[in-house]
Design a protein around this ligand. Sequence first.
Ligand code: GLP
Length: 247
Amino acid sequence: MSERSDKSSGPDVRVLPVDRWAAVVTDAWVERLSARPSLRMCLPTGSTPLPVYAEMRSRQVSWAAAEVLLLDEWVGLPPSEPGGCDATLRRELLDRVDLPPDRYRPIHADAPDLSAECGAVDAWLDGGLDLAILGVGVNGHLGMNEPGTPAENRTHLATLAASTIDSAAAYFGDRPRPAHGVTVGLTDLLAAREVWVLATGARKAEIVRESLHGEARPAVPASLLSGHPNCVWWLDEAAAVSGLPRH
Ligand code: GLP
């Protein structure tokens, strides 16, 4: 079998060939949804999960009893912007599975009272998260929890790092890129019953190595997952190989 799984030395790291990565992650996701149809999930956007969402759209599993929270959203987007997190998650997944609309909680980053909106998202999170599916930024961010974000933070307005704004060219092209976002905080992500981190491609290899093998610290938010008892890193082979020496 070509999948490698290593839990003996800490986090559960699954390394998969790129052509099987999305199918294997989706197999595990379908298994979770089948075992617990009322699964409460927090879902990311970005480019990384899109092959998994494409795979999920073809699977015969019901989302009718599930609940979904959007992980993060950019602030200041025009309503027609297709690169927004809500627009992306609906287009790539939610509009194409049988999740009832009232079981999806987007983040309204255009709310006139953002602090009330953050509080309402926290109230949703108070019901518990069964599964937080996350990407990781090249700087180690989770959602829009940038380096240095206190682990105690709940849903909040975040100032985005320069590398996050640069990477956002993948979603916004030449259109204006936001400098702020609203994100679920680290405290709720770390409290999820299960956390999955999705990372593919060589550009993620260095931060994957740093997160898995470096010291756990707020400067690398993804490294804080080393203290989570039930966290799986789903990597393709390129993301699992770093040119830097392991330590
Ligand atoms: C973005 C988002 C994150 C996403 C991450 C990785 O800025 N805020 O939620 O997981 O960065 O994005 P990508 O998958 O496109 O590399």
